[in-house]
Every structure is written in C-alpha cells, then in structure tokens.
Design a protein around this ligand. Structure first.
Ligand SMILES: NC(=O)c1ccc[n+]([C@@H]2O[C@H](COP(=O)([O-])OP(=O)(O)OC[C@H]3O[C@@H](n4cnc5c(N)ncnc54)[C@H](O)[C@@H]3O)[C@@H](O)[C@H]2O)c1
Length: 251
C-alpha cells in the first residue's frame, strides 16, 4: 500500500515522531504528499539536518501548556491540521509486585494523559476547522493481556476506549478517530527490552502466526490508509497490525 494513499495538500502532526513508529509514519505521510509536523520531547542531534522536510516541535505530551503551544505552532505554520497521530509512548516491563507508584504514574502520564491531551487539542482545532482524522497508537496489549506489563496494558486499553468514546462523540463534527494496535515492531523501544534480556526475539517470532515481527513501515502504511479519504467511513476502529498474534488461541 506504501505510496498509494494520496495525502497531497494534507497537514499532519505526529507525536513521538523522532523515533520508531512515529518517524516511520512521518516519513510515509511525507512521501504520500503531506506536510508533516513532528512533536517530540527528545529531538536527536542532527535530526533537523537529516529531516529538513519536517516542521520540528520540541514538546512534552504530558504537559498541557506544551501540547497547546506545539499545536499552535503547527497550526500557524500550516493553516490547519487535517490529521494528528497520538503516538508518543513508553514501555513498562516489570513484575507488578516490584512496580512502585512513581513507575505506574509515569506510564499512565505519558501513554494515557499524553494521548488525552493530544486528542483534546486536536479535537478542539478540528472542530473549529470542519473536521479531521485522529489516530491513537494503542498496542495489541491494549486488547490482550501480557504479564509484567500492568501499567502498559492498562494504559493502552485506556487508549482503546478513548478511541471509541471520542469517535462516537466527534463523528458529527467530521472528526474520525481510530487506533492502530501493533504487535512487536523492531524499534528502539523493543531493542531496549531485548538488550536488557527482557524480550526473546526468537520466541516472539515463533508465537506470531506470520512467523516474524512487524516492520515500522507496515504500521505506517496502515496509518496512511486510515488518515486518507479511502478510510472516510471508518471511525471508532482498533486496527490490529500484529501478524495474527491476537487472533491466535491455540497451544
Ligand atoms: N515497538 C513496538 O513493538 C510497539 C508495539 C505496539 C505499540 N507501540 C507503541 O508505539 C508508540 C511508539 O513506540 P516506538 O516503538 O516507536 O518507541 P520509540 O521509543 O522508538 O519512540 C517513542 C518516541 O516518543 C517520544 N516520547 C516519549 N515520551 C514523550 C513525551 N512525554 N512527549 C513527547 N514525546 C515523547 C520519544 O522521545 C520517542 O521519540 C508507543 O506508543 C508504543 O507504545 C510500539
């Protein structure tokens, strides 16, 4: 599907767009013709020079003022926002009995409060400009549970319900809200867990019906479709991009 969806003339903002899935989505949207704003709290050195096409916005999704200010910059530069991807997120991987309240709050703050603040600001601007499309990056672990990831699973299941609740509330405003629910994708987020010995890649591949991990580009292609006119009747949906992981219920 890559490159087939036409986003010419569209303006898109991606949170957490400097790495992993967010960066792959930003690049795919750009190739499809969109103007792209990347909102991230960690903009790596040299990123601006290597990605001159992006409008870079330094900001933190957990801070309401920072989100409002960042969206304001994108709105002023582009005139309007047609699509927003609430993508910034962190993992949490630890037995629940060892999890302390600060770690629980951190994952809730970034994954859930951050998604709320991003969607809220996007909705406010889109309601005033006649509509748009929002995608939340959920996870297959917002749909099925995994051990030792309580904060992650709960925060992502929150984004799944946020998607449905916002979709039905904002449909009459012309705002579509969908979620993507990726399986394991080899991004810095997953590399870190592999390096810490907390993930076994061979086991993950074996557990996936397709027998492999997902690529960032495969997630980006699905997102590109969802914000394009081809998906104009699709709202409130959780699109699994997991190689069959959540469908699998055998041994
Ligand atoms: N990689 C996977 O296997 C996988 C699977 C399912 C879902 N996801 C989800 O995809 C999203 C992106 O994950 P990734 O694998 O690309 O991770 P990543 O670590 O490569 O990228 C995450 C980006 O979010 C940014 N970020 C973190 N906190 C932020 C904050 N408070 N404000 C602004 N930016 C912030 C980081 O700076 C980074 O650029 C996350 O929501 C994650 O839960 C990832």
């Amino acid at each position: 599907m890559s490159g087939q969806a036409d986003l010419a003339g569209r303006n898109v903002l991606v949170t957490g767009g400097c790495s992993g899935l967010g960066l792959a989505m930003a690049q795919t949207f750009r190739r499809a013709g969109a103007r792209v704003a990347v909102f991230d709290r960690t903009i790596p050195g040299g990123f601006a020079a290597s990605h001159p096409d992006f409008l870079l916005i330094d900001g933190d999704v957990t801070d309401p003022a920072s989100v409002r200010d960042g969206f304001g910059k994108a709105q002023s530069a582009f005139g309007r926002l047609d699509a927003v991807i609430a993508n910034a997120g962190v993992s949490q991987n630890k037995p629940t009995l060892d999890l302390d309240f600060a770690e629980w709050r951190r994952v809730m703050s970034i994954n859930l409060d951050g998604a709320f603040l991003t969607c809220h600001e996007a909705g406010r601007l889109m309601a005033a400009s006649g509509g748009g499309s929002i995608i939340l990056t959920a996870s297959m672990y917002g749909v099925v549970a995994a051990p030792e990831r309580l904060g992650y699973c709960v925060s992502k299941s929150g984004t799944v319900m946020m998607t449905k609740a916002l979709a039905i509330e904002w449909a009459q405003l012309g705002i579509r809200v969908n979620a993507i629910a990726p399986g394991y994708v080899r991004t810095p987020f997953v590399e870190e867990l592999v390096e810490q010995g907390r993930l076994d890649l061979a086991k993950l591949e074996k557990r996936t019906p397709m027998g492999r991990l997902i690529t960032p580009e495969e997630v980006a292609d699905a997102a590109c479709f969802l914000i394009s006119d081809s998906a104009r009747a699709i709202t409130g949906q959780i699109i699994g991009i997991d190689g069959g992981w959540t469908a699998y219920g055998y041994l």
